[in-house]
Design a protein around this ligand. Structure first.
Ligand SMILES: CNc1nc2c(CCc3ccc(C(F)(F)F)cc3)c3[nH]c(N)nc(=O)c3cc2[nH]1
Length: 373
């Protein structure tokens, strides 16, 4: 077990890579999908079950946890790992994205952002320094720089101003993070859909130097085509020997396309959140268990899936418990969707290691085109 944060690539296939991030709390196989554990829990899942799906790392959230129960209380109780009974790596976002998408009344300045809690209306401030302190108190293994996720669409001038402020905040984040062996600070590239700005951002981050780099400012409504256009150049502007994390992505086909374009790490609320609304991911595409067509169907959700839902329950049963709003519905559908995502990632890792990613991708799309979900 290492006391340092290390990343080693083990194979490449085109621009895709597979490897291992080694941390004192455990290894992360890449390409990796990180389930979202917003308020110190992956909703409807016990931590041991999240691990059983194959997850090596979880996502936590500065914004939610600073409001409730506060970072100081979690620190006093032994840190987020102890608090939520997950002893493997945790990555926390810096909170800026959630402030812009969740909180009411907010004021942005060079210093940072002041906002009112969406829970009780109390006033709070997030700056690069405060974000680093909160993530340190939480004990997260991978800390994200405090940035502004540039809204989409943005004019070139708006995007440039936003990106350059994020780069000044990246500097302040690096300084405030301090010397913490075994812990990592990731820089976040901005620049919206403008190639020259993505290059300027990457250069600035490289100058400062980070243990890993995120492609930020995407999955904000630009659509898959425009996202892939940016991913055709942006990841490779970042250091080749460091992990590359595409924030907030995404649907299974988004992930497949982004892995082909050199991304190593992903997070998305989709598998867990959509599971609670009845949306189910299968190898043949997506279905919604709420649909009446499932009420007499004795088949499992996905014949190739090893999760408890697919091993022990019929679509008819899952339709019934969803319609009846039974708690087990959220448990089984969340587990299944997270299992589907982890199985997709392990398939991608194996295909890259075997040098036949192209075949994997062709089969992935062909199976989804078969229909009869
Ligand atoms: C959904 N699209 C998207 N999500 C994005 C995120 C949030 C990632 C995140 C973090 C924590 C959680 C939590 F549920 F665990 F809380 C959930 C999601 C971004 N985050 C930062 N810092 N910069 C970005 O430029 C950025 C761009 C993003 N596009």
């Amino acid at each position: 077990m290492t006391q340092r944060f290390e990343f080693a690539l083990s194979a490449r296939d085109g621009r895709a890579r597979t490897g291992l991030i080694k941390t004192p709390r455990g290894d992360i196989r890449t390409p990796a999908f990180m389930p979202v554990g917003t308020a110190a829990t992956v909703k409807a899942m016990m931590p041991e079950n999240v691990r059983a799906t194959g997850a090596d790392i979880l996502l936590g959230n500065t914004y939610h946890l600073m409001l409730r129960p506060t970072a100081e209380r979690i620190d006093a109780l032994g840190g987020l790992h102890t608090f939520m009974n997950w002893d493997r790596p945790i990555l926390t976002d810096s909170g800026g994205f959630q402030v812009m998408s969740l909180s009411g009344l907010r004021k942005m300045s060079e210093e940072g952002v002041t906002f009112k809690s969406h829970i009780d209306g109390s006033k709070h401030e997030l700056t690069p320094e405060r974000s680093m302190e909160i993530q340190r108190l939480l004990g997260s293994d991978i800390v994200m720089c405090f940035d502004e996720c540039t809204p989409f669409p943005a004019t070139e001038a708006e995007s440039l101003r936003s990106m350059q402020m994020s780069m000044r905040w990246a500097n302040r984040s690096r300084a405030a993070f301090g010397d913490r062996p075994g812990y990592a600070l990731f820089g976040i590239q901005q620049g919206s859909v403008f190639k020259d700005q993505r290059a300027e951002s990457a250069e600035k981050l490289r100058e400062i130097g980070f243990e890993g780099y995120a492609v930020g400012g995407l999955a904000v409504g630009e659509g898959q085509e425009l996202m892939f256009d940016v991913l055709d150049y942006a990841p490779e502007m970042l250091p080749d020997d460091r992990p590359r994390y595409l924030m907030g992505v995404g649907k299974p086909d988004d992930i497949v396309g982004a892995v082909q374009r050199g991304i190593d790490m992903f997070d998305c609320v989709l598998p867990s959140r959509s599971g609670r609304t009845g949306q189910v991911f299968t190898r043949r595409g997506v279905l919604n268990i709420k649909n009446a067509r499932h009420q007499n169907d004795p088949r499992p959700l996905d014949t190739e899936c090893r999760c408890p839902a697919c091993q022990h329950y019929s679509r008819a049963y899952l339709h019934h418990v969803f319609r009846s709003q039974e708690i087990i519905s959220s448990m089984l559908l969340t587990w299944h969707n997270l299992q589907y995502y982890q199985d997709l990632m392990s398939g991608l890792r194996a295909a890259i290691a075997a040098g036949d990613l192209a075949t994997f991708v062709a089969d992935f799309h062909a199976t989804r085109a078969l229909g009869d979900v």
